[in-house]
Design a protein around this ligand. Structure first.
Ligand code: VGL
Ligand code: ZN
Length: 211
C-alpha cells in the first residue's frame, strides 16, 4: 500500500542545484536522474521545502582556499574534519541556481540557504557543521505542525544524510526517498552515511511507495 502524504508531512528537496548536476562544478554521477522523481514527489506533498547550498567565493570548504590541498582531501578544522571540495554553489553564480526549469521551486514554501558563513560548512539543512548554529528549519517545521520529513535530492551521503540525521535529532521522523537521491561516494562516504542513518532511525523508501 502506498502511503499518502498528510498535513504533518513535508518534502525536503536537498540541493538540487546546477553545480551538483552532470557538467556542474561538483557533479554527482547520474545526479540529473533525481529530477523526475523529485518533481513527481513535489506534486504529491502539500508541504515542500528546499535547501540551497550557498557559499561565499572564499568558503573554507573549497580546496582552492588551502594551498597545497586538492579537492576530496580531508582537512582538520576547528569544528572537526572537513572534506575539501571544488569551488561550488558560489552565491549568485549560475551553478548555485536550482536545476533549470525545476517546477518544484514553485511548490516550495521555503528555501533554506546554508553554508553562507565563510568559516563554517553546512551539509545539513538544520544545523551548520559546528553542530551548534541552527538554520531555523526545525523551528519553521515545528511551527507548521510538521512531524515527518521525506528527503530527496543531492547528495545522499552528504547533504541528504546530514539533513536526515538532524531531522531525527530535532525530533522529526525522517524518510529518505532512495530513488530520488544520488551519492558522491568519496572515501566510503555512502556506506558510512547509511550506517549512521540506520542507527539514527532514518527509514528508506522508494518514490513508488508514496502517493
Ligand atoms: C554537498 C558537498 C559540498 C551536498 C554540498 O549537497 O551534498 N556536498 N556541499
Ligand atoms: Zn557545499
Amino acid at each position: 500500500m502506498p502511503i499518502t502524504p498528510a498535513e504533518i508531512d513535508c518534502l525536503v528537496i536537498v540541493d538540487l542545484q546546477v553545480d551538483f548536476l552532470p557538467g556542474g562544478r561538483l557533479a554527482v554521477a547520474d545526479g540529473d536522474a533525481v529530477i523526475a522523481p523529485a518533481e513527481a514527489l513535489a506534486g504529491r506533498f502539500a508541504n515542500v521545502v528546499m535547501t540551497q547550498d550557498w557559499h561565499p567565493a572564499d568558503h573554507i570548504s573549497f580546496a582552492s582556499q588551502h594551498p597545497g590541498k586538492a579537492p576530496f582531501e580531508m582537512l582538520a578544522l576547528d569544528y572537526g574534519p572537513q572534506v575539501l571540495w571544488p569551488d561550488h554553489c558560489v552565491i549568485g553564480s549560475e551553478g548555485a541556481a536550482f536545476a533549470p526549469g525545476l517546477k518544484a521551486v514553485e511548490r516550495a514554501q521555503l528555501v533554506i540557504r546554508k553554508g553562507f558563513r565563510r568559516g563554517v560548512d553546512s551539509y545539513s539543512g538544520f544545523r551548520e557543521a559546528d553542530r551548534q548554529t541552527p538554520t531555523g528549519l526545525a523551528g519553521y517545521l515545528r511551527e507548521r505542525g510538521i512531524e515527518r520529513v521525506f528527503l530527496c535530492g543531492l547528495a545522499t551521503d552528504f547533504c541528504v544524510a546530514w539533513t536526515a540525521l538532524d531531522a531525527r535529532a530535532a525530533g522529526f521522523a525522517a524518510v529518505v526517498v532512495e530513488d530520488a537521491c544520488r551519492a558522491i561516494d568519496t572515501n566510503n562516504s555512502l556506506a558510512a552515511a547509511w550506517a549512521e542513518m540506520e542507527k539514527a532511525g532514518v527509514s528508506r523508501m522508494n518514490s513508488a511507495a508514496i502517493g
